[in-house]
Structures are given as C-alpha cells and as structure tokens.
Design a protein around this ligand. Structure first.
Ligand code: IMP
Ligand code: MG
Length: 175
C-alpha cells in the first residue's frame, strides 16, 4: 500500500513555472554576479533546475544545511549543520528554499545571512503554504501556492523518502 496520494503539481507545470522564474531572475540580476544559496536537502532539486533557467553568465551556487524540525530544541531554534563555503559579504544573494510554511526556518536563516552584510538578499521558494504562516517574510520569487496538506516530491521528503519524484504530490498518512 502506498503512502502517496494525488499529484497536485505536475512535472510540466513545474518546468514551465521555473522557466518563468528563471527569466525574471535573469532580468532582475542582469549585469550582476548572483550567489544562489541552496537550503539542503529539500531545495537541491529546485536549485539545479532553476540555475539552468537563468541566463546571466555569473552565477555561483553554494549549499547550507540546517537542522530539521525533529532535531530542534523546544524553543524551535534552527541550527546550521553545514555552513556556506562562499563569503557572501557584498554579494547579491538569492536564498533558494523548497517550501515556506510557518516561515520560522527562513526567518531564522535570513537573520543569520543578513548579519554577513550581503549587497542584497532575496528569497526564491518553490512552494508557499500561506495558510500556516506565522513569520511574515518578503518572498521575491514564488513557484506555487499550495493548500494545508503535507506534500512530497521534487526534493521534498517524508522521512527522507520521495525526494526523487518529479512532481509534487499529497501524502495519505499526514495532514
Ligand atoms: P517553516 O519553518 O514552517 O516555514 O517550514 C519550512 C520547512 O519545513 C521546509 O524547509 C521543509 O523542510 C519543511 N516542510 C514544511 N512543509 C513541508 C511539506 O509539506 N513537505 C515536506 N517538507 C515540509
Ligand atoms: Mg527545507
């Protein structure tokens, strides 16, 4: 018996939307050097497609990894498990994340990255679940808004599984 339920965003819809976001990013950063910061592991699939949809020549990519919900203290603090290799001081930085839910994860991350004084700091998320937002954050590029249900695929996991699915789909066992 599978845990997977309906596909809510198809492979083709993702591909088309990423093309649009890539064009917009290319326009917005024309003539600049862009540092894309991928939040592991969820955004790995998104960043690899998005960076290839951007046609400015000077794109760097770097990765960081933060503690997941399960690893967090009761206060909900997010910890950096693997930091960036690149120094982002005075660089134009685009943080790439899989999904923004309450906003705690990104809110925390943006505070840390801002303290390193980048020239600019923006956010691209594949998925936005606005119904559950607690921390309000500026999101420059957004793929899709989704309903309250838990989703997997295209980088997003449930117990580390299903990141390989090329579409976004609902899970039967989790709300
Ligand atoms: P936030 O801190 O509540 O905004 O949660 C964002 C993080 O929770 C994301 O980076 C994901 O890793 C994880 N997450 C939230 N919703 C989902 C989901 O539906 N599927 C998989 N991971 C999720
Ligand atoms: Mg994540």
């Amino acid at each position: 018996m599978t845990e997977l339920s309906n596909i809510i965003i198809t492979e083709e819809e993702i591909r088309n939307r990423i093309k649009e976001i890539g064009s917009q990013v290319s326009k917005d950063y024309e003539g600049k050097e862009l540092v894309m910061v991928c939040v592991l592991k969820g955004a790995a699939v998104f960043v690899s497609d998005l960076m290839r949809a951007i046609n400015i020549p000077a794109v760097c990519v770097d990765f960081l990894s933060i503690s997941s919900y399960a690893e967090r203290s009761e206060a909900g603090a997010v910890r950096i498990l693997k930091d960036l290799d690149i120094d982002i001081t005075n660089r134009d930085v685009l943080v790439v994340e899989d999904i923004i839910d309450t906003g705690f994860t990104l809110g925390y991350l943006l505070r840390i990255l801002k303290a390193r004084t980048p020239a600019s700091l923006k956010v691209a998320v594949l998925l936005d679940r606005p119904a559950l937002r607690i921390v309000d954050l500026p999101v420059a590029y957004k793929g899709f808004e989704i309903p309250e249900e838990f989703v997997v695929g295209y980088g997003l996991d449930y117990n580390q599984k299903y990141r390989n699915l090329p579409y976004i789909c609902l899970l039967k066992t989790k709300k």
